[in-house]
Design a protein around this ligand. Structure first.
Ligand SMILES: Nc1nc2c(c(=O)[nH]1)N[C@H]1C(S)=C(S)[C@@H](COP(=O)(O)O)O[C@H]1N2
Ligand SMILES: [Mo]
Length: 180
């Protein structure tokens, strides 16, 4: 193999490696695809739902949502989403609350299959405008979600920067009391 060709292959491979480090999931996203969502932790009825189950709940739609990273970088936008409110899922599961003040000390942890996690407080979801906009979604432009984020994902559409709590490949929702 000629020197220039070897040099070219090396340069391409290095470029791919650097790109993969910046976006660890690019190129091989099929392995992260989730088809079920578990709702666990401090709930009366743990849930394990597939897309057909999610479709039985009251639908919510979202027209357009610009994606902005925590860094401020603009990343395009999400469009024509259909899903259900996270709040609705928690109402179905029934958050365990023995004491009147328990819910105020609870958080909701959303975990994706690649290990990505974000949290919400119970108060954010049930006692602030943010809760209205937290959508577990499974459809985009009338189609199932692609391997790049599907088949179940979540977005918090009232966040100032929408990227961080856009959870691709959503796998579980855990309710947890974090203070006594
Ligand atoms: N599962 C999962 N979801 C994720 C991330 C991730 O690493 N894993 N990164 C988040 C961040 S920081 C941003 S800005 C957006 C970016 O989405 P994009 O990589 O599709 O542009 O996805 C968010 N959702
Ligand atoms: Mo981000």
């Amino acid at each position: 193999m000629g020197y220039l060709l070897r040099r070219l292959i090396f340069t391409l491979a290095l470029g791919a490696a650097v790109h993969a480090a910046a976006h660890p999931t690019d190129g091989d996203t099929a392995k992260y695809v989730t088809t079920r969502l578990a709702v666990t932790g401090a709930v009366e009825h743990a849930l394990n739902l597939n897309v057909a189950d999610l479709r039985k709940l009251p639908p919510q739609k979202l027209g357009e949502l610009p994606m902005v990273c925590q860094s401020g970088a603009k990343l395009g936008q999400l469009e024509n989403l259909k899903g259900v409110r996270l709040r609705e899922l928690l109402e179905q599961a029934v958050v365990v609350s023995r004491d009147h003040n328990d819910v105020k000390k609870m958080v909701v942890i959303a975990t994706a299959s690649d290990g990505y996690k974000v949290v919400f407080s119970w108060s954010e979801l049930f006692n602030s405008p943010v809760g209205e906009g937290v959508l577990v979604y499974f459809e985009k432009d009338g189609q199932p979600l692609g391997d790049d984020e599907g088949r179940i994902a979540m977005v918090s559409s009232k966040d100032i920067r929408s990227g961080p709590r856009h959870v691709k490949w959503l796998q579980s929702i855990e309710v947890k009391k974090i203070a006594d």
